[in-house]
Design a protein around this ligand. Structure first.
Ligand code: ATP
Length: 210
């Protein structure tokens, strides 16, 4: 019998936007995943800066953004655990929670591929889960051929097999933060309840970053 599949979607989600929910829905469909669990991180281990919004605000915004999709769930696992948090530990945690009949997929956008060599125990992570790379507007289609020498052909083949041709949606949290900080419109980038939350809580009003 085919294994059940659960997809985990990590990121800072500062804030969660329509690109996140659209590609997650497309990935769930492609994979045949029973559910997609959004897992906001305390911070990106590879970035110097912390997210601008608090963990509680980011959780609240994701709750609003995913309310309409029954397959979407939210976990505060990474926000609650002491630093540093690594994807491999999170994958292991969810593997322990679900039965051995469940395959765990981890979703990443094409922009994250060049960072993978710096991820904690990346080759163990590739073995431990199904790492699914998604297309992203403004990025080349995911291609892992350049990692063959460092990771070996088997792992590269596994990664290539799990590339998902998600729709190209040209939205980033950085662009949203910059627009909000300079009073520009973000209407088509956010779920309306998330836009309302940001307005009501006065988030991202400070200086533009990046
Ligand atoms: P920032 O601009 O702050 O870096 P972001 O928009 O990339 O934020 P993250 O929270 O860092 O959002 O993204 C979480 C995950 O979702 C990452 O793997 C990222 O590559 C992916 N992702 C984000 N936006 C898109 C998009 N529009 N299309 C495809 N993947 C995306």
């Amino acid at each position: 019998m085919a294994k059940r599949k659960i997809a985990l979607f990590g990121g800072t989600f500062d804030p969660v936007h329509l690109g996140h929910t659209a590609v997650a829905a497309a990935a769930a469909e492609h994979i045949g995943a029973e559910k997609i669990i959004f897992i906001p991180a305390k911070r990106s281990p590879l970035k110097d800066s912390f997210p601008e919004a608090s963990g509680d605000d980011r959780l609240a915004m994701i709750t609003l953004a995913i309310a309409d999709n029954k397959k979407f769930q939210l976990s505060d696992y990474e926000l609650k655990k002491p630093e540093p948090g690594y994807t491999l530990q999170t994958v292991r945690q969810f593997q322990a929670e679900f039965s051995s009949g469940t395959s765990i997929c981890w979703l990443i956008g094409a922009d994250s591929i060049d960072e993978l060599p710096y991820w904690y125990r990346i080759t163990e992570l590739i073995d431990a889960c199904i790492l699914c790379a998604m297309f992203r507007a403004g990025c080349k289609p995911p291609d892992f051929a350049k990692f063959t020498e460092s990771w070996g052909p088997k792992q590269v083949e596994k990664l290539q097999k799990n590339v998902i041709q998600t729709p190209l949606i040209d939205i980033s949290s950085t662009e949203i933060r910059n627009r909000l900080a300079t009073g520009r419109d973000v209407t088509n980038m956010l779920a309306p309840p998330v836009a309302d939350y940001i307005r009501e809580h006065g988030l991202y009003q400070s200086k533009a970053k990046n």
